[in-house]
Design a protein around this ligand. Structure first.
Ligand SMILES: Cc1ncc(COP(=O)(O)O)c(C=O)c1O
Length: 390
C-alpha cells in the first residue's frame, strides 16, 4: 500500500469512528422541530394575527371552534385555556356538586381526577382493561347512591367501548364526561371520541396530536343548555349581554393559539395517518416478541379507529429495556411518571387496584410522532429485538 492509499484509509477510518462516536439520538418528542418544520408558514400565521391586534376571542377562535365542531360531528366546540380547565368547567356545567361521586379509570393523568375534586365531587378510581382503557366491567361495581357521572378517558388515542358505558349510564341515569385530551379524531363505531357523552374536553398541549405553542384546550357538547353554561363559565360568568350570570373563570383559548390550531387542523388527517403508519410498523416488527405486550394494531378491529397519541407497551423487563434503549440513544418515557392516580399517596384516595398497578409497573411509551422516520422506527425495533436476543 503506498503512502497516499494508507492516508486515505486512515481518513476513512476516522470518519467511521466519528460516525460511531456521534451516537444516534431519537428524542421522545422534538419540541423545536414542530416550529422549524413549518417555520415560514407559521410566521405568516403569527404576523397576520399580530398585525390585526386580534388577541382575545377574535375571528380565528370562532373559526377554529366551528372547524373543530364540524370535524367531530358535534353541535358546539369552545376553546379554553387547557383541557384541565375544560374538565373542571365540564363538571360545573353538568352540575357536579360536593358529595357527588364520579367514576374514572385510575390509569390517567391526575388532571382527570383533579377536575372532579375541584368541582367538589369525589373521584372514584377503577381498574383499566387489557387495552389500558377504563375496564367497563368495573363500572357497575363502583356505583353507589352518590354516583352522578362516569368519566371515561380516551387514553393513548383510543376510544373506550362507548356502547357499554352508555348502557350503564342510561340504566343508572348518570352523566358522561369524556376526557378526550388524548383522542382528537379517534373513533368508535365511526363516531368521534368526544361526541358520545354529555360533554367532553380536549387538550392542545404542544406534544398532543393536535398541538399549539403553549397550553390550549376545548370543550365540546351538542346540548344547547350545557353550551350556554360553558360560554359563561369560561369568561368570568358573563353572558352574551355582558351581564354576570354566575361565578366564572377566565379560561379562554388565546386567539393566536386558535390561529395556529386552525393551521394545524388543516393538515391533521395526514398527521393521524402518519401515526397510524408508525403504529403499524411497530406492530409489524415487534409482534413476534413473546415478552412484549403491544397496543392493538391499527385496523385490528373495525369498531376502533385509533389515532395513537401514545404507543404504550408492556414489558416485564421494562426498566432494563428502557436503559438499553437509552444507551442506544432512544428516549422513552413513563406515562404519568409511572403511577396511576390512586398511587399518589398525598391525594389520599386510599384504593388498591392491582391490575392498574401492574400495568403501570410494566408500561412505557415508545416515540411516536410525525417527526420520526420509518428508518427511526426500524432502528428502535432492532434495538428492542437485540435486547431480547441478549
Ligand atoms: C388524559 C389526560 N387528561 C387531561 C389532560 C390535561 O390536559 P391539559 O394539559 O391541556 O390541561 C391530559 C394532558 O396530558 C391528559 O393526558
Amino acid at each position: 500500500m503506498n503512502i497516499l492509499n494508507s492516508n486515505l484509509q486512515l481518513k476513512s477510518e476516522n470518519v467511521r469512528t466519528l460516525i460511531i462516536k456521534k451516537r444516534r439520538v431519537i428524542p421522545f418528542f422534538d419540541y423545536s422541530e414542530v416550529f422549524s418544520s413549518s417555520e415560514e408558514e407559521l410566521v405568516d400565521v403569527f404576523r397576520n394575527v399580530l398585525r390585526r391586534g386580534a388577541f382575545i376571542q377574535q375571528s380565528d377562535l370562532l373559526e377554529f371552534e366551528e372547524n373543530l365542531a364540524d370535524y367531530l360531528g358535534v353541535k358546539y366546540a369552545f376553546g379554553v385555556a387547557n383541557c384541565t380547565d375544560g374538565l373542571i368547567i365540564a363538571m360545573k356545567a353538568i352540575g357536579i356538586k360536593p358529595g357527588d361521586e364520579v367514576i374514572f379509570p385510575s390509569h390517567t393523568f391526575v388532571a382527570s381526577a383533579a377536575s372532579i375534586h375541584f368541582s367538589g365531587g369525589t373521584p372514584v378510581p377503577i381498574e383499566c382493561g387489557s387495552d389500558h382503557l377504563m375496564d367497563v366491567t368495573a363500572i357497575e361495581k363502583a356505583i353507589t347512591n352518590k354516583t352522578k357521572a362516569i368519566l371515561p378517558v380516551q387514553l393513548n388515542g383510543r376510544t373506550c367501548n362507548m356502547d357499554a358505558i352508555q348502557k350503564i349510564a342510561n340504566k343508572y341515569e348518570l352523566k358522561i364526561i369524556e376526557d378526550s385530551a388524548q383522542a382528537l379524531g379517534a373513533k368508535f363505531k365511526n363516531r368521534s371520541a368526544g361526541s358520545f357523552g354529555d360533554i367532553a374536553a380536549f387538550s392542545f398541549y404542544p406534544a398532543k396530536t393536535l398541538g399549539c405553542f403553549g397550553d390550549g384546550g376545548a370543550i365540546v357538547t351538542s346540548d344547547d343548555q350545557i353550551a350556554k353554561k360553558i360560554l359563561t363559565l369560561r369568561d368570568h360568568g358573563r353572558d352574551e349581554f355582558g351581564d354576570v350570570s354566575g361565578w366564572g373563570l377566565n379560561s379562554r383559548l388565546d386567539n393566536l393559539q386558535a390561529a395556529i390550531l386552525n393551521f394545524n387542523l388543516k393538515k391533521y388527517d395526514n398527521a393521524v395517518a402518519r401515526r397510524r403508519k408508525i403504529a403499524f410498523l411497530y406492530n409489524k416488527y415487534l409482534s413476534g416478541l413473546p415478552n412484549l405486550k403491544l397496543p392493538p394494531a391499527p385496523d385490528s378491529n373495525p369498531d376502533y379507529f385509533d389515532i395513537y397519541q401514545n404507543y404504550e407497551i408492556e414489558s416485564s423487563h421494562r426498566d432494563k429495556l428502557r436503559e438499553y434503549l437509552d444507551q442506544a440513544g432512544i428516549k422513552t418515557i413513563l406515562q404519568w411518571g409511572g403511577k396511576a392516580v390512586h398511587q399518589f399517596e398525598k391525594l389520599k384516595l386510599n384504593y388498591q387496584l392491582p391490575i392498574t398497578e401492574k400495568t403501570l409497573k410494566d408500561s412505557f411509551l415508545l416515540p411516536i410522532n410525525t417527526m420520526i422516520t420509518d428508518y427511526d422506527v426500524k432502528y428502535i425495533c432492532e434495538k428492542i429485538i437485540e435486547f431480547y436476543n441478549h
